[in-house]
Design a binder for this molecule. Structure first.
Ligand code: HEM
Length: 177
């Protein structure tokens, strides 16, 4: 399955970038499959696995009375892995996002279930920049190099911090295409 996924990514990078060694603004809008893979990666491994908000006033949340001033931990990771909102949540399936109608509809039961950049007035100000960056790097690197995972890695996460990262990084051998 992953070799097919990789094949499609490389194919897209080659088709869209052609012979040039840079990614133009127009190219960004055409790197559709790369965008789906990025979205699914941020669903399964959200860089910001949780963030906090403070209740401004007394309110009810999920059947619980919450007093003003309470710190609420928004569990992005838990939401992104919840079978309540996602079919087969542990499965890496970029095409689950194909059913989305627009950027606010991720094809799951509610768009509030996909929040890698948070939502609302304090959502990530760098979202678009970050998405451009990922597309530029992925397409450029995949077009130029073959990636081979170094065997024997455990791919576990670092101890929880504000951001989520692999414990021992992810080591690959790169060869020129
Ligand atoms: C994959 C990359 C990124 C992810 C997943 C991400 C995610 C997030 C999330 C979830 C928040 C909300 C945190 C909270 O409410 O407590 C946030 C806020 C923020 N992000 Fe990002 N971010 C990314 C990249 C970037 C980049 C590249 C920049 C700047 C160029 C940036 C600048 C900011 C700023 C300034 C805020 C605070 C916004 C505010 O409080 O009004 N982020 N980000």
């Amino acid at each position: 399955m992953f070799s097919n996924l990789l094949f499609r990514l490389v194919q897209e990078a080659e088709d869209i970038l052609g012979s040039h060694q840079y990614v133009s603004y127009e190219d960004l809008g055409k790197l559709n499959y790369t965008g789906l893979v990025m979205k699914e990666t941020l669903r399964l491994h959200p860089s910001v696995p949780a963030f906090t908000r403070v209740m401004e006033k007394d309110d009810e949340l999920g059947g619980h009375q919450i007093p003003a001033g309470t710190l609420i931990n928004v569990g992005v990771y838990a939401l992104h892995h919840s079978p309540k909102h996602w079919n087969d949540p542990e499965n890496f399936d970029p095409e689950r996002f194909l059913s989305q109608k627009d950027d606010n509809d991720t094809g799951c039961s509610t768009h509030y279930a996909y929040i890698p950049f948070s939502l609302g007035p304090r959502h990530c100000i760098g979202q678009m920049f970050a998405e451009f960056e990922v597309k530029v790097l992925m397409s450029r690197l995949l077009k130029s190099f073959k990636f081979q995972l170094v065997p024997g890695q455990d791919y576990g996460y670092e101890d929880p911090k504000a951001t989520l990262a692999p414990k021992d990084r992810i080591c690959c051998t790169l060869t020129l295409r």
